[in-house]
Design a protein around this ligand. Structure first.
Ligand SMILES: [Zn+2]
Length: 280
């Protein structure tokens, strides 16, 4: 049935961003697993396992092949850390002034994900980040495994992406946090409900969580690399600034195993550094 599958793939709009980020509706039964008609993953004609090939699959994926600021890239302390584009956060808070948000917890088909509730088309009520006099708003997060970015050749087990959009909902910036196992429980992961499997993309759960806990786990991005990058999946659009925290967010072994158990391979091959202007 390959032809009909291909036809289906062609009929489905391309996945936007690393994960699909629709305006998820608040669920009628908050805190319960619910089956919805809004799956976290659509049928796609590309695969992470063959990311070198995206440019020839579909002509709308041309940027994956010819782009000059493609993500992810290899990072290293030899590049130094950024002294510019310092992000400041508003509406995130924590260290007890905790600010919770509501949203839908789900699996984007490759790992855990979360989308914040907001009014249709209204983004500026969400937690925000400001850099270079531009303010962007937290639309949601998702996790890749293994990590997209290596540092000094080392690849973490997973990477958390906080996706920020401009006032019109276009993706503008990603906070990237590398994840590895250690000894202590992570307050960010401890607040999550039980994981939803990667085959359960139609399941969603309304939850309350504190997004600041992940930022606190990496010293609130006081040390970071930044560069001009792209979506890490087709159509690989550019114009997205990445901030990669120097620190790693550590979980305990059980939290990492639960995360990996709900994940599938979702790291794009690293791209050659070209016009990324790392830390510039
Ligand atoms: Zn991503």
């Amino acid at each position: 049935m390959l032809p009909s599958l291909l036809a289906l793939a062609a009929a489905v709009p391309a996945v936007l961003g690393c994960a699909r980020h629709d305006n998820y509706r608040p669920l009628p039964h908050f805190g319960k697993r619910q089956i919805t008609t809004n799956p976290g993953r659509t049928v796609t004609d590309w695969a992470y396992e063959a990311s070198y090939n995206w440019g020839r699959i579909n002509e709308t994926y041309r940027e994956c092949q010819i782009g000059t600021q493609q993500s992810p890239i290899a990072l290293s302390l030899n590049q130094g850390l950024s002294q510019r584009h310092l992000p400041s956060f508003d509406g995130y808070t924590n260290s007890s002034g905790s600010q919770n948000v509501t949203g839908n917890f789900y699996n984007w088909g490759y790992g855990p994900a979360f989308t914040l509730h907001h009014e249709d088309g209204v983004w500026d009520t969400l937690p925000s980040m400001t850099f270079d006099n531009e303010t962007v708003y937290l639309r949601g997060w998702h996790i890749h495994s293994p990590a997209d970015h290596t540092v000094g050749g080392d690849r973490s087990k997973a990477e958390l992406h906080y996706v920020h959009v401009d006032e019109e909902g276009h993706e503008r910036a990603v906070l990237a946090i590398r994840l590895d196992p250690s000894v202590s429980s992570s307050p960010f992961f401890a607040q999550l409900p039980p994981m939803i499997g990667f085959n359960e993309t139609e399941v969603q759960m309304g939850v309350v969580l504190n997004p600041a806990l992940a930022l606190e786990g990496v010293d609130n991005f006081q040390e970071f690399w930044t560069y001009k990058g792209s979506l890490t999946s087709p159509p690989c659009h550019e114009g997205i600034r990445f901030f990669v925290a120097r620190n790693i967010l550590f979980t305990n072994v059980e939290e990492m195993q639960a995360l990996l158990g709900a994940s599938t391979y979702s790291a794009r091959a690293e791209q050659e550094v070209w016009r990324h202007e790392i830390n510039v």
